[in-house]
Write a protein that binds this ligand. Structure first.
Ligand SMILES: NC(=O)c1ccc[n+]([C@@H]2O[C@H](COP(=O)([O-])OP(=O)(O)OC[C@H]3O[C@@H](n4cnc5c(N)ncnc54)[C@H](O)[C@@H]3O)[C@@H](O)[C@H]2O)c1
Length: 247
């Protein structure tokens, strides 16, 4: 019996990196999962081995109507949604100062990082409210707490995600639903691989443990946050930064 036996978890951005690692962990621990990502091929390669326990949905997470349909599909398939984990995220263009930032790119980053997490939580919350139980985890970033120079769009969008967790945590505190965020520093994933080396060095140099976090460390903490055990913490941003953020 795994710790997530009988639990239904919806995870976005599950085709790569942190989302992929969390999805594998929860499936191994007995969960049934709905996995959303626009890289459908990668979803199939990674999860077809789990058969009907993993419902794979190829979707652009910035399409609100399709997100609502996908969330309903997961609910129809498994009969409930216990937890939602928002892992989709992009950095957008980095290593640029604010006067060089393209407004179009900034809008895009907000759409993918903030609006998508709003769309999925808006669609999943009614199902959670009906059962008076739910766990929501928005993956934010240390950049949203500290503000990384050269990363205006990313940092500001993640600050908005952190604030959404605070607001939603309070709104549903008496309804059996906890809403939290997680702020990793640097975890080596394709998202980090795609960034300029100088930007990655800027971020890793600030970590007191002088190493990146691992995917296992991210998945273990995320699993705790969306488990029934995490019942008295809401609106909070959990730290995963090797000592960079001590607040
Ligand atoms: N890796 C890090 O160091 C780090 C640090 C702090 C925060 N984060 C956050 O963690 C989350 C996961 O990051 P990661 O490093 O695993 O990234 P990743 O690039 O490995 O994975 C992101 C996934 O999101 C999917 N995706 C992107 N845009 C999409 C869209 N519009 N619709 C549907 N799917 C889309 C991609 O296909 C990909 O599978 C992100 O929110 C990221 O900002 C990562």
């Amino acid at each position: 019996m795994g710790e997530f036996n009988g639990q239904v978890v919806l995870i976005t951005g599950a085709a790569s990196g942190i989302g992929l690692s969390i999805a594998h962990k929860l499936l191994t621990e007995g969960a049934q999962v709905g996995l959303l990502d626009f890289n459908e091929t990668a979803l199939q390669q990674a999860f077809e081995q789990y058969g009907p326990d993993a419902l794979l949905i190829g979707i652009d997470i910035t399409d609100e109507a399709r997100v609502a349909q996908a969330v309903s599909h997961v609910h129809e398939q498994f009969g409930k949604i216990d937890a939602l984990i928002n892992c989709v995220g992009i950095t957008g263009v980095t290593n640029v100062q604010s006067h060089e930032v393209s407004s179009e790119n900034l809008h895009k980053v907000f759409e993918v990082n903030f609006m998508s997490s709003f769309y999925t939580s808006k669609a999943a919350l009614p199902f959670m409210l009906a059962r008076r139980y739910g766990r929501i985890l928005h993956i934010a970033s240390i950049a949203g707490k500290e503000g990384n120079a050269g990363m205006l769009a990313y940092s500001a969008s993640k600050a908005a995600v952190i604030c959404m967790a605070k607001v939603q945590g309070k709104e549903y505190a008496e309804k059996g639903i906890t809403v939290n965020a997680l702020a990793p520093a640097v975890i080596q994933t394709p998202l980090v691989d795609a960034m300029p080396e100088v930007q990655v060095k800027y971020m890793t140099d600030k970590i007191p443990m002088k190493r990146c976090g691992t995917l296992d460390e991210a998945a273990n903490l995320a699993a705790y946050i969306v488990s029934p055990k995490n019942s008295f913490t809401t609106g909070f941003t959990f730290d995963l930064s090797g000592g960079r953020a001590t607040y």
